[in-house]
Structure formats: structure tokens, C-alpha cells
Design a protein around this ligand. Structure first.
Ligand code: NAD
Length: 337
């Protein structure tokens, strides 16, 4: 039995609790949260939980073998590093931490203590993402030319991170899982409408050596929640609409063919549309199963520290591009007015 302690019982912590505690070989024994109300909430879901005000105190408990970190992003590194130094397995919420340098330190600590370091990139376990991975592995789509994602909603405005660090970890982790390739160049732009220093809309474009281009539209300012990703291949194209429970994935037997020998160079192939059944089930359950597997067996995982590092590196590159683009736009607007 793996005994888990959860740091942070705010919005996401209870979801981790529910999924961890329903695993047959895992028991959540402790919860740490600075807020008395949140500790009280934790007590109401499991009477015998050890409750701590402080993450450090909880990590050091002998009845905690593994720690899940569901606190604000700025605290991830310190809490995870402390747990790893104490030889505890660690599952950190997305994003793993605030910089590539911090991620490298966490990986080195986990390696030196021979414990698991995992990051909750829950979409990697989403049945639709698993189906996309199968289609790509079987070369059903052909050569992929683009990945285009729309991830928008009204809020939730985060107090500590901008829209890029809040939402892009989902798309970047999906890209990292689906395509065995790091981007060569990332562009980004955006705007801060509400908090002057915290963009609430961001458009990110990643370029890949394979000639794939990935675009991610992130927003806390949309009247409707949209979670839609299109992937275009030379053979087929796919649209994954996560808000559609009936036809989550549609595969279009459509494409563009270039025939240079003919007068009309471009030919459009418009074929059948097929919607395979996407399994139901909570992705977090799959992530918990993978966490258990990595703790009890091979530490390498599709959501391990190295995967977390690649995602953080993408975030860092996008953040640099976003800040530069916003500064240029501000300057230009200052010249106009
Ligand atoms: N995987 C996902 O889909 C997903 C979804 C939402 C949030 N998250 C992630 O979960 C993390 C938490 O987000 P949230 O929305 O639950 O935030 P939240 O503010 O609702 O909850 C954070 C909790 O941590 C507590 N806390 C803060 N510092 C602490 C410390 N040092 N020790 C103990 N407790 C502390 C706070 O009191 C609060 O109750 C973030 O990293 C976020 O990115 C992931």
C-alpha cells in the first residue's frame, strides 16, 4: 500500500484525493493546507486523515510515502524538492515548476534518491488523446502538417500565473506525448486586459523541423468554453471536440493533393467522415494508475520529470516570445497615441 499525502486541498486537490484514494493499492493518509476551511473540507471527506497546516510537516511524516503537490505554481519547486530530498515519491500538478533550471534540479534529486517524479499532465491519459496517438502510430493520418488548438473559456482568472502558464501545459503536454519531436522555434503574442502584468489572451505558434506547425489559442475572455483541436495530415484530418460527448473525434478522409504535372495544381479530396467511439472514463484515474506503476516499478513514464521539463521549456520559450511581442506592441501603440 502506497500512503499519499496531498499538499493543497483547494480546487484541484479534492480531485486528486478522490482518484488516489479509490485506487486499491493507494491510501491518502494526510492533507496539508494553509487554510483552515480547506482542512475542514478534507476532514469531511475522510475522518482519519492527518491534517497539517504546513506542507513541510506533512512531507516529513513517517506515514507518508508519496506526496501530491496541488498548491499554486510558485510553490511547486520548494515543496517537491523538499519531498524528494526526504526520499518521497512526488506527483506535481501542472506545470511541474517555473523554469527549466528548477525542473532539471528536481529530476536530478529524484534520480539521486531513486524515487518517482511525475507531473499531472492529465490530458496524456484522456481517451481521445490515446486514440489520436494510435492513429498517428498507425500512420492513419500520414505526414502531419498542423496541430491547431482552441482552449478558451470565461476565466478562471488565476491569481499567480498568466493564461499561458495556466492553459498551455495541457496543449504542450499533448504535443509532447503525440509527437516525438521538440519544437525548434516558438512565437507568441497576447494581451493583458484585466491585470496589467498578466496576459489573459495568448496565441502561441510552435515550429517543428518535420515542417509541422502547432498553434494554440488560449483565453480566459471567451463567452463559451471551447476545447477543440484539429490535426491535419497528408492522408486524413481529425477534429477533436472535447465538449461534444457524442462525437468527440471526427476523422475526415479529406486532403489536398499537389499535381504539378496538371494545369490545376491543387486537388481537393473530400471523402467520408467517420466518428470512432471514444471510451468514457476519467483521465485522472489513468494518471493515478500510471503513478502507482512508476512508484512500484520502472521510474520512466510518459509523464515523468523529463516530460515535465520539456513542457516547462516550451512554456519558457513562449513566455519570452510573449513578453517581447507585448512590449513591441505597447511601444508601437505608445508611438501612435
Ligand atoms: N491538471 C489539471 O487539469 C489542473 C486543473 C486545475 C488546477 N491545476 C493545478 O493545481 C494546482 C492548484 O490549483 P488550484 O486551482 O487547486 O488552486 P487553489 O488556490 O484552489 O488551491 C491551492 C490550495 O493550496 C493551499 N496552499 C497554498 N500554499 C500552500 C502551502 N505552502 N502548503 C500547504 N497548502 C498551501 C491553499 O490554501 C489552497 O487551498 C496548480 O498548480 C494548478 O495549475 C491542475
Amino acid at each position: 500500500m502506497i500512503r499519499f499525502g496531498i499538499c493543497g486541498f483547494g480546487y484541484w486537490g479534492p480531485n486528486l484525493f478522490r482518484n488516489l484514494n479509490t485506487h486499491a493499492e493507494i491510501e491518502v493518509t494526510a492533507v496539508a493546507d494553509r487554510s483552515e476551511a480547506r482542512r475542514h473540507q478534507a476532514r469531511s471527506v475522510k475522518q482519519d486523515l492527518k491534517l497539517c497546516e504546513d506542507a513541510i510537516e506533512m512531507i516529513e511524516r513517517a506515514d507518508v510515502d508519496a506526496v501530491a503537490v496541488a498548491t499554486p505554481v510558485a510553490t511547486h519547486f520548494d515543496i517537491a524538492a523538499h519531498a524528494l530530498r526526504h526520499g518521497k515519491h512526488v506527483l506535481v500538478e501542472k506545470p511541474l515548476c517555473e523554469s527549466g533550471k528548477q525542473a532539471e534540479e528536481l529530476i536530478a534529486l529524484a534520480d539521486s534518491k531513486n524515487v518517482a517524479l511525475l507531473v499531472d499532465h492529465v490530458y496524456v491519459f484522456h481517451p481521445a488523446v490515446r486514440l489520436l496517438k494510435k492513429l498517428l502510430a498507425a500512420n492513419e493520418l500520414g505526414t502531419v502538417s498542423y496541430f491547431d488548438s482552441l482552449r478558451v473559456n470565461l476565466g478562471l482568472f488565476q491569481p499567480d500565473v498568466n493564461v499561458l502558464w495556466d492553459l498551455a501545459p495541457h496543449d504542450f503536454s499533448i504535443l509532447d506525448f503525440l509527437f516525438d519531436e521538440d519544437p525548434t522555434y516558438i512565437e507568441a503574442t497576447g494581451y493583458s486586459h484585466v491585470h496589467p502584468e498578466r496576459p489573459d489572451i495568448a496565441f502561441v505558434t510552435a515550429h517543428y523541423k518535420s515542417r509541422m506547425i502547432a498553434h494554440v489559442n488560449l483565453s480566459w475572455m471567451s463567452p463559451v468554453k471551447v476545447r477543440r483541436t484539429a490535426i491535419g495530415g497528408s492522408k486524413k484530418m481529425v477534429v477533436w471536440d472535447d465538449m461534444n460527448n457524442e462525437e468527440k473525434i471526427k476523422i475526415y478522409n479529406s486532403g489536398i493533393e499537389l499535381r504539378p504535372e496538371e494545369q490545376r495544381h491543387i486537388h481537393y479530396r473530400i471523402g467520408d467522415i467517420y466518428s470512432p467511439r471514444v471510451q468514457q472514463g476519467e483521465a485522472l484515474g489513468g494518471l493515478v494508475q500510471e503513478t502507482y506503476r512508476a512508484i512500484t516499478g520502472d521510474r520512466r513514464s510518459v509523464i515523468d520529470g523529463r516530460h515535465g521539463l520539456r513542457v516547462v521549456r516550451m512554456l519558457e520559450s513562449a513566455q519570452i516570445a510573449l513578453a517581447a511581442s507585448m512590449a513591441t506592441a505597447r511601444k508601437a501603440m505608445g508611438q501612435v497615441t
